[in-house]
Write a protein that binds this ligand. Structure first.
Ligand code: C5P
Length: 246
C-alpha cells in the first residue's frame, strides 16, 4: 500500500531525552538506522547544527518542531528549516490554509536555494495529550475528536501538505480518506510483547500500524532505552520485513 519499499525507511528513531553527545554515542550502535526525529528538546539544546551533523552521519532527518504561527512566520521558519536539509518537517494543521500553503511553498524554495530536494511537510491534527473532555472543558469545542482529526487532515491535504502525523487510534480512518501517496506517520508503536507503554495513551505493534495504513512509524524509548539498542531496532525492522516485504 505504501510507496516506501525499504523497511528501514519506515522506521524513524525519536531522539528524545538525550543531549547531542548521548545521541551520537547511541548512533554508533545503530549503523543500519536511516531516519531520526529531532524534537523541540534536542533542537533547543543542540541548535540547528545537530541537523547537519546527523546528515553528515548519513541520516535523514524529521524535524519535529510543530510550527504554528501566522503565515509569514510559518513560511520563514519552514524556508530556514528546509535549508538545513531536514527531509520531513512538522507543522500544525490548525495554523490554517494560508499558513500551510505559504509554509509549503517557502520550504520548497528554501531547499532549492541550497540545491536540496524539497522536504515533505507533515501536519499535526490534534495532539495525543488532548481528549474529548479537555477539549470541551478548556477550549469549549464539542466536536467529536475523531471528526476534528479527519477534518484537519483534509484541510492539510487540500493545503499542499504531504501527510499527517496521527495516533494509532486514527490511522485506519485517515487511510480510508487519503491515498497511499499521503504520508501517515504514526508514533505510539510498541512490540506485542512489550510491557512498557510509557506515557503513550494507545499503542499498536509495527505490523498493525502498517497494515492499518501508516506509511512510517516513529519509535523512541523501545529502542533508545533498550539495553541493546541494535537488537531492539532489528526486531522492529524484522517485523516489518516479515509482514510486508517478502
Ligand atoms: O514513546 P516513544 O518514545 O516511542 O515516543 C515516540 C514519539 O511519540 C515521541 O517523540 C513523541 O513525538 C510521540 N508521543 C506522543 N504521545 C505521547 C508520547 C510520545 O505522540 N503520549
Amino acid at each position: 500500500m505504501s510507496l516506501i519499499t525499504n523497511p528501514r525507511d519506515k522506521l524513524i528513531l525519536a531522539l528524545d531525552g538525550m543531549d547531542s553527545r548521548e545521541v551520537f554515542a547511541l548512533l554508533e550502535k545503530l549503523p543500519d538506522l536511516r531516519w531520526v526525529k529531532v524534537g523541540l528538546e534536542l533542537f533547543v539544546s543542540a541548535g540547528p547544527q545537530i541537523i547537519s551533523d546527523l546528515r553528515e552521519h548519513g541520516l535523514s532527518v524529521f524535524l519535529d518542531l510543530k510550527f504554528h504561527d501566522i503565515p509569514i512566520t510559518m513560511a520563514g521558519a519552514c524556508r530556514k528549516a528546509a535549508r538545513t536539509g531536514a527531509s520531513l518537517i512538522s507543522v500544525h494543521a490548525s495554523a490554517g490554509r494560508d499558513a500551510l500553503l505559504e509554509a509549503k511553498a517557502a520550504a520548497s524554495e528554501g531547499a532549492a536555494e541550497v540545491g536540496l530536494t524539497a522536504p515533505s511537510l507533515l501536519a499535526v491534527t490534534v495532539l495525543t495529550s488532548w481528549n474529548a473532555k479537555k477539549f470541551s472543558d478548556q477550549l469549549f469545542i464539542d466536536q467529536p475528536l475523531q471528526k476534528r482529526v479527519e477534518f484537519l487532515s483534509v484541510l492539510a491535504s487540500e493545503s499542499d501538505m504531504d501527510g499527517c502525523i496521527c495516533s494509532p487510534l486514527e490511522v485506519s480512518a485517515l487511510r480510508r480518506i487519503h491515498p497511499a501517496s499521503f504520508e501517515l506517520v504514526t508514533p505510539g508503536i510498541r512490540m506485542k510483547d512489550s510491557d512498557l507503554n510509557d506515557d503513550q495513551v494507545r499503542v499498536l505493534s509495527p505490523s498493525e500500524a502498517i497494515s492499518q495504513g501508516a506509511s512510517r512509524l516513529v519509535v523512541g524509548r523501545p529502542i533508545t532505552y533498550a539495553l541493546q539498542p541494535a537488537v531492539a531496532f532489528e526486531r522492529f525492522v524484522k517485523e516489518l520485513e516479515c509482514n510486508y516485504f517478502d
